[in-house]
Design a protein around this ligand. Structure first.
Ligand SMILES: [Zn+2]
Length: 487
C-alpha cells in the first residue's frame, strides 16, 4: 500500500485549523459570513505556511451547502464550521471537474494556461462556483499572464481564482492589482512545538519538548517542513522520540557539539576547537551544513542574551556569526570546504594581538622636531596595525595629520562618517598608543574636510595655516556633538 505523507493527512479541514494565520482566518470567516468573498485572491508567503490549504478551504467553502444556507439566512458561522466537510459538495469537491488546480512552474506557457482555463467561461458541471487554484503564479510566462488578465479582472459570475506565490516581488503588478492579497506569516516555533507534540500524541507516540523544538527550529517557520521532518522521525521511532533520535534521524549536529565549538572559539582554546570540529566532521554532515548549524545556534544563543540584556557577549557572538557567514560564502566556491572552515575558525580563535601589545615594546620614544616627524609616526602606526585592528586602520586611512601643537594632534578626516566612526573609545585607544610612541600625553582633535588636502605627505606652510583656520572653525566639542546627532 502506498504511504500517504503525514502532511497531506493532517492538512487543515476548517479555517479554524490554520495554524499561525489568525489574521487570515478572522478576515476570511468575516468575509464568508457577510457573503463578501472576492473572485480573485493572491496568497503570498513562504512555502509550507498554508497558502494552498487555505485556497482549497476557500474553494470548498464557496460551494459548501451549509455555508450557502447560512449566508442566505444571514446566520453567523464559526471558523470551525467553514467548510462543513459533511455536505455532498464538501465530500465530492476534491474529484470535481469544477475544481482545477495546477502548478505554474510546470505549466507556464500561454498554451498550458489557455488549456487549463479553457472551461472557465462555461457553467460549472456540479458546483455552484468553479475554482481555479494556481500555485507558484510568479512562474507564468509574460504571455500567459497577459492571457489571464482579462479573466481575472472580469471573471464570469461562477468563477473564482486563487493564485499562490512564494515570491510576491516577481508577480506582475497587473495581477497584484486585480486580486485581494492574503499575506501568510512564518509560523513561530512557539506554535509549531505544541502542534507537533499534540500530533504525535494523536499517533500514540511521545515526542519530547526538546525534540519538537529542534524540529520546529529546523523547519524555520514552515509547518509542512516541520510535519515532514516529524514524519521521518515517526517512521523510525518506537514509542518515544527524543532530541537525540531527532538529531540522529535527520542527521543533525547536536547543540552540545555546536556549543563546544562556540565556547572553544570564544575562549581561544584551539585544542578544544580542533577536537570539537573533528567530532562534528565525523557526524557525516557536510561542512557547509555544520557552518549553517553554527549560525542557527548562534542566533538562538543571541536571542537568549537579548532577553537577558547581556550586550557585551551579544556583540561578541554577532561578530562570530558575521565571520561564519563570510566563511560559508568562501566555502561555496572552494573544493576543500572542510579545510576552509577549520582554518577560518582556528584563525578566529587565535589569541588577539592588540594594538597596545604591538606598540608597548617600543621603549625609546620617537623624537619629534617637525610636523613631518609627527606625520611619519602616524603613517608608521597606521602601517603596523595588526589585521585584528582593520577597522581602526580603515578610519586612519581616511585621516591625515593636519597639525600638532600644544600636545593636541589635529586629524583631518575626509568625511563626517569616518570622523563619527572614530568615536570616543577609538580616539582614547589611539591617543594612548600615540602618546606612548612620542613619549608624552597627547589629545586628538578631529576636523573634517579641512582644506589641507588628503596628500598629507606634501603638506606645506600654506596647508598648515589652512589647517589652523579649519581648526578654529570646527570647534571640537561642537563638532562631536553635531556628529553624534547626525550619525
Ligand atoms: Zn459543506
Amino acid at each position: 500500500m502506498a504511504y500517504e505523507a503525514l502532511y497531506t493527512r493532517v492538512r487543515p479541514k476548517t479555517l479554524a485549523q490554520l495554524i499561525g494565520q489568525e489574521h487570515i482566518m478572522t478576515a476570511l470567516t468575516r468575509a464568508i459570513c457577510k457573503n463578501r468573498l472576492s473572485h480573485a485572491y493572491l496568497l503570498v508567503g513562504t512555502r509550507g505556511t498554508g497558502k494552498t490549504s487555505t485556497a482549497r478551504l476557500l474553494a470548498k467553502a464557496m460551494n459548501c451547502d451549509k455555508v450557502f444556507e447560512a449566508q442566505k439566512s444571514n446566520q453567523p458561522l464559526l471558523a470551525t464550521e467553514i467548510p462543513c466537510g459533511k455536505c455532498p459538495s464538501c465530500l465530492s469537491i476534491d474529484s470535481s471537474p469544477d475544481n482545477v488546480e495546477f502548478d505554474a512552474a510546470s505549466n507556464r506557457s500561454v498554451e498550458d494556461v489557455q488549456r487549463l482555463l479553457s472551461t472557465a467561461s462555461l457553467a460549472p458541471l456540479q458546483s455552484r462556483i468553479k475554482t481555479f487554484i494556481i500555485d507558484e503564479v510568479h512562474m507564468l510566462s509574460f504571455e500567459a499572464v497577459n492571457s489571464i488578465l482579462k479573466l481575472i479582472e472580469e471573471p464570469p459570475p461562477h468563477v473564482a481564482f486563487f493564485l499562490a506565490t512564494t515570491e510576491f516581488n516577481k508577480v506582475p503588478q497587473t495581477i497584484r492589482s486585480r486580486c485581494q492579497i492574503l499575506n501568510f506569516h512564518l509560523i513561530p516555533n512557539g506554535l509549531v512545538t505544541p502542534y507537533l507534540q499534540k500530533l504525535s500524541k494523536s499517533l500514540g507516540i511521545e515526542l519530547s519538548r526538546d525534540a519538537a523544538k529542534r524540529i520546529g527550529r529546523l523547519a524555520a517557520g514552515s509547518m509542512r517542513d516541520a510535519v515532514t521532518y516529524f514524519d521521518q522521525c515517526y517512521a523510525m521511532a518506537d514509542k518515544t522520540i527524543s532530541l537525540e533520535d531527532v538529531e540522529k534521524t535527520l542527521g543533525l549536529i547536536s547543540d552540545a557539539d555546536l556549543d563546544e565549538i562556540i565556547s572553544a572559539v570564544q575562549s581561544q582554546n584551539r585544542t578544544s576547537l580542533s577536537a570539537a570540529l573533528s567530532r562534528a566532521f565525523r557526524s557525516g554532515l557536510s561542512s557547509i551544513s555544520i557552518a549553517e548549524a553554527l549560525i542557527s545556534r548562534l542566533r538562538d544563543i543571541e536571542f537568549g542574551l537579548i532577553k537577558k540584556r547581556d550586550d557585551s557577549e551579544l556583540v561578541q557572538l554577532e561578530n562570530l556569526a558575521a565571520e561564519v557567514r563570510k566563511i560559508i560564502v568562501e566555502m561555496q566556491y572552494s573544493g576543500v570546504p572542510d579545510i576552509i572552515l577549520e582554518m577560518a575558525l582556528m584563525k578566529i580563535a587565535a589569541p588577539k594581538v592588540t594594538v597596545q601589545q604591538n606598540f608597548s615594546s617600543q621603549e625609546v620614544p620617537a623624537q619629534i622636531e617637525t610636523l613631518d616627524d609627527v606625520k611619519k609616526i602616524f603613517r608608521e602606526l597606521r602601517a603596523q596595525l595588526p589585521e585584528s585592528e582593520k577597522n581602526m586602520r580603515a578610519m586612519l586611512q581616511s585621516a591625515s595629520v593636519a597639525n600638532f601643537a600644544g600636545n593636541v594632534l589635529t586629524l583631518n578626516f575626509t568625511s563626517p562618517a569616518m570622523a563619527s566612526m572614530f568615536n570616543d573609545a577609538r580616539q582614547s585607544q589611539f591617543e594612548e598608543i600615540f602618546s606612548k610612541l612620542i613619549g608624552h600625553k597627547i589629545k586628538v582633535m578631529k576636523v573634517v574636510g579641512a582644506n589641507v588636502g588628503t596628500d598629507y605627505e606634501n603638506i606645506d606652510e600654506r596647508g598648515k595655516q589652512n589647517a589652523q583656520t579649519a581648526m578654529n572653525f570646527f570647534q571640537t566639542d561642537n563638532f562631536s556633538k553635531t556628529n553624534e546627532d547626525n550619525f
